[in-house]
Design a protein around this ligand. Structure first.
Ligand SMILES: *Cc1c(COP(=O)(O)O)cnc(C)c1O
Length: 240
């Protein structure tokens, strides 16, 4: 068995244990494998071990990787999620190549993604990225503005607003991680309760990475994004 396949098993076991400790049903948390900076072979190894959803930050790099992976003839179709910052000049690539985008934090980006989503593809599934802990230079909309963006994005025809996404600053311990993830969960629940038109599929809270996975699951994450825990340490100097 490859290391990647072993790591995937370990991460699945960790998620299952965290679900149990949180009193949540097994299988209530999806695993997104974050393959940024790793080559197409790493994606292939993970896919052959059963992984289906992959997260990428660098859009151009991702599109090139997808083209190579498509040639492998893998047993299942893969689902690619954009989890990196989306500038206006990259929306077309995202709309044409990804199944999900987690990092929508302005209406202009949502609008362009909807306009540019090709007719032959299903609507793009998006999350609104929220800057839950208020880091000054961070992307993500302020929590108090999130509901309004959700409402506006939900009205667009070619995207489906699936939920919220957050990337908190690394926190020292479990309690601190839990506190910030719980803020995201509360915001998610508040918005879900508002009965916004077009928000029938608001079911995703994308939060938790390798180092804060347990706290994220405890707080109610429905999709964890795990990179180094599956693929190993990243070596690009610019890897975030
Ligand atoms: C890199 C990255 C991850 C994965 O981080 P790890 O600590 O390697 O698990 C998850 N989410 C986002 C947005 C990332 O940029």
């Amino acid at each position: 068995m490859t290391t990647i396949s072993n790591n995937l098993q370990r991460v699945h076991a960790q998620i299952a244990k965290a679900c149990e400790q949180a009193g949540r049903p097994a299988g209530s948390v999806a695993l997104l494998a974050v393959s940024k900076t790793f080559g197409p072979e790493a994606v292939r190894d993970a896919a052959e071990a059963g992984q289906r959803s992959f997260g990428e930050n660098y859009i151009q790099e991702a599109v090139e990787k997808m083209a190579i992976v498509a040639e492998y003839g893998l047993p299942q179709p893969l689902e690619w999620h954009c989890i990196g910052p989306i500038q206006s000049n990259k929306t077309r690539l995202v709309a044409e190549h990804f199944y999900w985008a987690h990092t929508v934090d302005r209406l202009k980006i949502a609008q362009r993604l909807s306009d540019q989503r090709p007719e032959h593809l299903p609507p793009l599934q998006i999350c609104i990225q929220v800057n839950v802990d208020g880091g000054a230079n961070k992307s993500g909309i302020a929590p108090e503005e999130a509901a309004e963006l959700v409402r506006a994005a939900a009205a667009l025809p070619r995207i489906v607003v699936r939920g919220l996404m957050s990337i908190p600053e690394p926190a020292a311990d479990f309690a601190a991680q839990l506190a910030v993830h719980q803020r995201a969960q509360k915001l998610f629940a508040d918005i879900a309760a508002q009965q916004i038109a077009g928000l029938e599929n608001f079911d995703t809270l994308s939060m938790g990475m390798t180092d804060d996975l347990d706290a994220a699951v405890q707080a109610g994450s429905t999709m964890v994004r795990v990179g180094s825990g599956i693929f190993g340490k990243r070596s690009y100097p610019n890897a975030a």
